[in-house]
Design a protein around this ligand. Structure first.
Ligand SMILES: NC(=O)C1=CN([C@@H]2O[C@H](COP(=O)(O)OP(=O)(O)OC[C@H]3O[C@@H](n4cnc5c(N)ncnc54)[C@H](OP(=O)(O)O)[C@@H]3O)[C@@H](O)[C@H]2O)C=CC1
Ligand SMILES: Nc1nc(O)c(N)c(N[C@@H]2O[C@H](COP(=O)(O)O)[C@@H](O)[C@H]2O)n1
Length: 218
């Protein structure tokens, strides 16, 4: 069994979640409220290593009432700084990493009370096993907040149930896309609209469910 997975992202009209300098502030207040609402309705919120390094996020619930979920970082080489805001509450922090690192690297995090889940690494981490582990420790509903490489690796493995994407009224013409394939192959996932909502004036949120092709195209 694995958690029910929802990706939440805010992108430009050209599908970028950050520009090439790492600038990523794209939401309006209604969109931030939706983000915090979904956090408050999730058992865990997951981000990739680059997002932690670039944004130093809190991943807490602040704009609506509710409990902050577990914070889950996907980081195969354990490069995220120990001083990251996420680790201010180490008991609610989990790192998914490779089972192939020196034990001193794990100990640094385990010492402060961060839970480490070790899975196989073959260019990317084995997210199927990672999600099974999360389910077994009580994370039944998982929100994923990017970035593009993490989003794609979950999509590629057929692990995403819904995408909630907000289109903001900007274009970058470059930068990080909402889905970045990295070293993985291309697929053709299909998205079905469940709901469309106007946010603020010029932002629009679309909730999709996802249907997967049987095999990767390439
Ligand atoms: N507008 C928005 O809504 C959002 C914008 N952003 C922006 O996105 C940018 C970061 O996106 P991106 O560069 O794609 O980075 P990610 O946050 O997706 O992190 C990618 C890294 O995570 C690690 N990783 C380990 N295992 C996996 C796996 N199975 N699949 C994918 N990644 C894995 C890899 O590093 P390693 O090999 O070292 O482990 C990889 O390089 C930032 O600029 C951030 O500000 C982020 C979230 C939301
Ligand atoms: N929904 C959304 N809109 C944006 O404009 C964003 N830049 C992001 N980024 C994501 O939110 C995290 C920051 O969370 P905190 O406010 O620090 O709790 C950031 O790391 C991205 O995952 N999201």
């Amino acid at each position: 069994m694995r958690p029910y997975v929802i990706i939440f992202s805010t992108m430009t009209v050209d599908g970028k979640i950050a520009n090439s300098d790492g600038y990523s502030k794209l939401s309006c207040i209604d969109d931030f409220r939706l983000q915090h609402y979904l956090r408050s309705n999730s058992d865990g919120v997951m981000v990739g290593a680059n997002t932690v390094i670039n944004d130093d996020p809190s991943l807490t619930v602040r704009l609506v009432k509710g409990t902050s979920p577990y914070k889950i970082i996907v980081d195969s080489k354990l490069i995220v700084p120990l001083s990251s805001k996420i680790f201010q509450n180490p008991a609610k922090s989990i790192i998914i990493t490779s089972n192939n690192l020196n034990k001193e690297r794990y100990e640094k995090f385990e010492k402060i009370g961060v839970r480490i889940i070790k899975v196989d690494f073959n260019g990317v981490l084995d997210m199927v096993t990672a999600l099974k582990n999360l389910y077994d420790i009580g994370i039944k509903r998982l929100m994923v907040e990017g970035g593009g490489h993490l989003n794609y690796s979950l999509l590629y493995n057929g692990l995403v149930d819904e995408l909630w994407v907000t289109i903001s009224p900007f274009a970058f013409g470059g930068g990080t896309s909402i889905f970045e394939k990295g070293i993985l192959k291309e697929i053709k996932a299909e998205f079905y609209i469940k709901e469309i909502k106007n946010l603020c004036q010029n932002w629009v949120n679309i909730k999709y469910s996802i249907l997967y092709p049987k095999k990767p195209l390439i």
